[in-house]
Design a binder for this molecule. Structure first.
Ligand code: PXL
Length: 285
């Protein structure tokens, strides 16, 4: 039997609301991949539209956890980062990449900080500059369109977009330094929504779309990123992994919409895990 793949997922724990680690851990595990976690903070809920949340910062725990793992000679096939709450955390996670990453470690950075044209209110206006620096150390970055334009210091434009606009964005994102880019929130009309997978070396772009479901459902970026990481480690190439992540995310949104759940409570990804596991286990490398 092949050695089981191992991911280090570095996100906060939002105790309620299905995002960050409460999403990454089950999704990655369901694909048969070991998921070690570095919790960067504990919040009672995420910060997206829910007031009064508690927040306990764990920045000072990050390097001690990483150093202990290093002393155990643990190796990671991927390091996957999401919501990081401060410039200090960005710097620490950058050091963690150096400490725990090897040439064989896939570094996936989802620059979680904004959506729908606006920076989350917990971040200062210059935060995208710091996130851009971390993205430069990644192999794959997974921004949405808002995060992309903020890192490129460009104005946000509402969709629908043209292929020319998206591919120009992808090329500029490629110049940040990662080898591959997955841009989410891509739409050329109001019927389909999806993602573009871009290989910076070959310049190849592949799109994956699914039927558009109205409404802004919280945590979908983390569902998408986690499924993407899981598929990549199961041996899917970037366009294939992007397609799996789009399918899984849209399925999760559709179930949530059908149930009439509060959009702030995250999406029902749980009921899709069995199908995801079946689809991803088809390929093993
Ligand atoms: O899903 C992204 C996310 C993760 N963690 C926290 C958040 C958000 C988005 O608002 O607030 C704490």
């Amino acid at each position: 039997m092949k050695r089981q793949k191992r991911v280090a997922a570095i996100h906060d724990i939002s105790c309620f609301g299905r995002c960050s680690l409460t999403v990454a851990l089950p999704i990655i595990s369901s694909a048969g991949i070991e998921c070690a976690v570095v919790p960067t903070a504990v919040l009672s809920t995420h910060t997206g539209g829910i007031d009064g949340y508690t927040f306990h910062d764990l920045t000072d725990e990050i390097m001690p956890i990483a150093k202990h793992w290093k002393s155990l000679d643990l190796e990671f096939d991927a390091i996957y980062t999401g919501y990081l709450g401060s410039f200090h955390q960005l710097d620490i996670v950058s050091s963690l990449f150096d400490l725990l990453g090897s040439n064989d470690t896939l570094k996936v950075v989802d620059p979680v900080m904004a959506d729908n044209g606006v920076l989350y209110k917990s971040f200062p206006a210059d935060f995208p500059k710091g996130m851009r620096k971390l993205c430069a150390k990644a192999d794959i970055i997974v921004p949405n369109i808002t995060e992309a334009v903020l890192m490129l210091d460009e104005p946000y434009q509402e969709g629908p977009y043209t292929a020319d606009y998206i591919e120009t964005l992808l090329r500029k994102l490629g110049e940040i330094g990662a080898k591959q880019v997955v841009l989410t929130g891509v739409h050329f009309d109001d019927k389909q929504l999806g993602a573009a997978a871009y290989d910076c070396e070959t310049g190849e772009v592949e799109y994956s779309f699914a039927g558009w479901i109205e409404g802004y459902y919280h945590g979908t970026g983390d569902v998408f990123g986690s499924a993407l990481v899981a598929a990549l480690l199961r041996g899917f190439d970037l366009p294939e992994a992007t397609e799996e992540a789009v399918r899984f995310t849209v399925g999760s949104i559709a179930r949530t919409k059908a149930a009439g759940t509060d959009i702030r409570f995250g999406v029902n990804f749980e009921s899709g895990l069995e199908e995801l596991a079946t689809r991803l286990n088809i390929k093993t490398r």
